[in-house]
Ligand binder design. Structure first.
Ligand code: MN
Length: 239
């Protein structure tokens, strides 16, 4: 049996019906490295923790903003939340951490991990960090738009097989106070956090603020390498 990966989905009204939805780029990026995606809708926390027991890995996907009351703040007017997703994904994250289930966290995913472990977010980069780069430019999702420097001694650099890259960028939030247990391993030139990882090797958890799933067909190998490293981590844990 190939490894099964839980892929978090959102819910959205499409053609008048509330539906479970996830961008196909995520599931394709997994199948390209021999992993089988299992799409997980937003679930109550107990059911989310049960779901983790059935899988070999977890992919936390992009999407809405976390509700700021999760980290003790009032919401900035630009914040767009999905509280059912927050409950589900925080429970998935904590269950994956407790069981050492390899986890790749993308965009909203890096924010979910940081908040689940007790960190905070910049709620709106343009208004709260006015000197920052434009992290949400109106370009194609697969356009590489800003540099990222990666700590050379990090798991993330080993996974990417690079300590600098150019990434796409489609986010208006970022990590602010970093949770205990996480190490920042990648930053944009303006200091905005673009990558983090868990410091205890019992939980393989790499997190990025960009969208590697949109970049697996580009000439540069970094993002394909990241998914391949996730697959290796999943296989190594299964033994
Ligand atoms: Mn960015």
């Amino acid at each position: 049996m190939p490894p099964i990966i839980a892929v978090t989905a959102t819910t959205e009204v499409i053609r008048d019906v509330l539906r479970v939805r996830v961008n196909e780029a995520y599931t394709r990026a997994l199948t390209e490295v021999g992993l089988v995606p299992f799409v997980i809708p937003p679930l109550p926390s107990a059911a989310a923790a049960d779901a983790i027991r059935a899988v070999d890995g977890l992919l936390l996907t992009g999407g809405e903003d976390l509700a700021p009351d999760r980290y003790g703040q009032e919401a900035h007017p630009t914040v767009d939340v999905h509280v059912g997703r927050d409950e589900s994904e925080i429970a998935l994250c904590l269950a994956a951490m407790a069981q050492g289930i390899p986890t790749l966290a993308i965009c909203r995913g890096i924010q979910v991990v940081n908040v689940a472990l007790g960190g905070t977010l910049i709620q709106d980069i343009p208004s709260q960090r006015p000197n920052a780069l434009d992290h949400d430019p109106r370009v194609e999702r697969s356009d590489r738009v800003h540099d990222v420097s990666v700590a050379a001694d990090s798991l993330l650099a080993a996974a990417l097989e690079a300590d600098r890259l150019v990434a796409n960028s489609s986010h208006h939030q970022a990590l602010d106070r970093v949770a205990d247990g996480l190490r920042v391993t990648a930053c944009a030139p303006d200091g905005v956090i673009e990558g983090a990882e868990f410091t205890d090797p019992r939980w393989w958890m790499l997190a990025v603020q960009w969208h590697p799933e949109e970049l697996i067909a580009t000439p540069e190998p970094w993002d394909r390498n990241l998914f391949a490293a996730f697959a290796r981590a999943v296989h190594e844990r299964r033994g």
